[in-house]
Design a protein around this ligand. Structure first.
Ligand SMILES: [Zn+2]
Length: 264
């Protein structure tokens, strides 16, 4: 096992060899951070550091898995931004919004690396035959992480060619592609009425297994009409759905030349 980032280096130093070893409070202690849980108003977690010691406070009212991610996020601030104090609001932690400050993104990345280190996550993902929210749920249970954070990690793992896209009532909120998916596959802003996602967001349809779907349901490109993909959608909040698109047709993954530009 080799470390590909700072968080993984720390975990290997501590002898972590399976997800169940990821005891965040013990890890925090090791890097000089004491952790408190208590009621916080107006923020979700904060870190106050002096010298080589810090105190992290995490809001006690959060779900257990959110507490873990928030603590991982504060440890990210401790690693990247030592000497500064941070008061992190819910929208600063684990947010996929475009305008999140750089320091918050760095702290999030560290949290993901600490909670789902590649040396443990990738081998488990590779054992699966296919990607689905069932796989994401299994991994989320193993790593004690949220379904959304785990699904994003699955995309970033680049084990399966997939796109994760989140829609709200007003349209697409964010999406992520795994590295093997060419950039010309850009999911449409508005949901197609033929997609399962549309029925789950606006109608009464409930969660479902991955289903075959024409790629034109998701992409506004002429060539999309030739391909099929697998769609699976879940509701992640009252007005938000998360869709996993698995690109099962190898031709979709080939590069195309368009007016002298190579699309990846
Ligand atoms: Zn923060």
């Amino acid at each position: 096992m080799t470390a590909t980032n700072a968080a993984e280096g720390l975990l290997l130093e501590l002898g972590v060899s399976e997800p169940e070893d990821l005891d965040l409070e013990a890890i925090a202690w090791h890097v000089g951070v004491k952790v408190n849980y208590r009621r916080l108003d107006g923020c979700e977690a904060r870190i106050i550091g002096r010298g080589d010691r810090a105190i992290v406070t995490v809001h006690e009212g959060l779900h257990e898995r959110r507490k873990r991610f928030s603590l991982g996020h504060e440890l990210g601030h401790w690693y990247h931004h030592r000497g500064k104090s941070f008061i992190c609001r819910p929208e600063d932690i684990g947010s996929e919004r475009q305008n999140v400050p750089v320091a918050e993104r760095e702290a999030d990345r560290y949290a993901a690396d600490l909670l789902m280190p590649w040396f443990l996550f990738r081998p488990l993902a590779r054992q699966a035959k296919t990607a689905s929210f069932d796989l994401a749920k299994q991994l989320a249970d193993r790593f004690q992480t949220s379904l959304t954070a785990t699904s994003i990690r699955l995309v970033d793992a680049n084990v399966f060619p997939m796109i994760l896209v989140c829609h709200g009532n007003e349209g697409r909120r964010w999406f992520k592609r795994s590295k093997d998916v060419p950039e010309r596959w850009f999911p449409q802003n508005q949901l197609d009425a033929d997609s399962y996602a549309f029925d789950i967001l606006f109608g009464s349809r409930s969660e479902h297994r991955p289903v075959k779907m024409g790629a034109e349901t998701w992409f506004d490109r002429g060539e999309a009409g030739r391909y099929e993909l697998l769609e699976q959608t879940i509701k992640i909040s009252g007005d938000e759905v998360l869709t996993m698109l698995l690109l099962t047709d190898g031709e979709m993954l080939e590069e195309r030349e368009t007016r002298g530009r190579t699309w990846r």
